[in-house]
Design a binder for this molecule. Structure first.
Ligand code: ZN
Ligand code: ZN
Length: 348
């Protein structure tokens, strides 16, 4: 038997005992070592609407790493004891998105912890399509399990980054100082931004940003637009990323942009707040590029994992809470209240 965290209804998660999954000849069983809680998990918990495709309660968790516990007899290239990161997204394998490597954009998209059982469990079954599409990636010994788990949202931030691009000398504003905002900020710094500004209404979160990297310019609630103009020689921003579920953040971003700037709406909006009034003339007269992004491809996941193993970026400083699976309530409460940065479950 094993322990797992299932979504049983709106606002309800429960720690349950269940059978260790059986695997077929072509599948792999992973013993989970680290699995991080994401804003998506919190949203799913609140709505309680997520189910497995067969309607059963879902084991949550899509930011996962572990050790291979068992391989099916027909599996090649993997062996027991191998340390792996688990990329969550799978596609049909044959549509034009899948064959271009963008399985995360497939119409038949599936993902661990979203519509098939995920990694908030002691073991997880890796189905054949995930094995064949390259979702399991061996991690080198200098990458910790926590880093490999946190690499998942980092790869999603990187997908956004590839849409907006940061060039040396760019002035960048990230709206939202949560884990995702900090990941965009780190990428902007890596790319040579001259100023990486982070805006949030929470002073605590801004202070955390300063602790992570003192070069980040933190901007609170007061006079945001004027502060941005002051920091950019009155030219406005080259890049703005909204890493928060806020319609007003999206609407306000246009006014702070400089000529030729790029915007990324990274954070999705709640369903009842999807319609945002914007002055499209600002896109026109400032020649702005407005981008969106969702999830990440497996090649992007591998790329950011390489950033971590090469030591060109740190992500372990984003982990501020580590819990055992029995402490699911406390862990989810911490994540739901946005305390700390990244909360995860660890296993022996
Ligand atoms: Zn996530
Ligand atoms: Zn497909």
């Amino acid at each position: 038997m094993m322990k797992c965290i299932r979504l049983t209804g709106p606002g309800q998660i429960s720690v349950e005992e269940t059978e260790i999954p059986e695997i077929s000849d072509s599948e792999i069983l992973v013993k989970v070592m680290s699995a991080a809680i994401c804003g998506t998990d919190i949203r799913m918990m609140r709505s309680g609407s997520a189910r497995k495709d067969n309607g059963e309660p879902l084991i949550l968790g899509h930011e996962v790493s572990g050790v291979i516990a068992k391989t099916g007899s027909r599996v090649r290239g993997f062996s027991e004891g191998m340390r792996v990161a688990v990329a969550p997204n799978m596609g049909c394998g044959v549509c034009r998105f899948c064959v271009s490597g963008n399985t995360h954009l497939c119409n038949e998209y599936k993902a661990f912890g979203i519509n098939i059982d995920g990694g908030f469990a002691e073991y997880m079954r890796i189905p054949q399509e995930a094995v064949n599409q390259g979702n399991l990636i061996q991690i080198s010994n200098n990458v910790s399990f926590d880093e490999a788990a946190v690499n998942e949202p980092f790869s999603c931030a990187y997908n956004g980054f590839t849409q907006y691009g940061v060039f040396p000398g760019d002035r960048v504003l990230i709206i939202g100082a949560g884990p995702i905002g900090l990941m965009h900020a780190k990428l902007a710094g890596m790319a040579g931004a001259s100023k990486v500004m982070i805006h949030d209404l929470s002073e605590d979160r801004l202070e955390q940003c300063k602790n992570i990297d003192p070069s980040f310019i933190t901007l609170g609630a007061d006079g945001l637009k004027q502060r941005v103009l002051d920091e950019t020689d009155n030219e406005g921003l080259d890049v703005c990323v909204t890493a928060c579920p806020s319609p007003s953040a999206q609407a306000d971003s246009f006014d702070m942009m400089g000529m030729g700037g790029r915007i990324n709406f990274f954070g999705g909006l709640p369903k009842d707040k999807e319609i945002v009034p914007i002055n499209t003339n600002m896109i026109h007269y400032k020649q702005l590029v407005v981008t969106g992004s969702t999830r990440s491809s497996i090649s992007q996941f591998r790329k950011t994992l390489k950033f971590v193993s090469d030591g060109i970026v740190k992500v372990d400083d984003l982990v501020t809470g580590r819990f055992r699976i029995d402490e699911a309530d406390a862990a989810f409460r911490k994540a739901a209240n946005a305390e700390g940065i990244k909360t995860l479950f660890y296993f022996d």
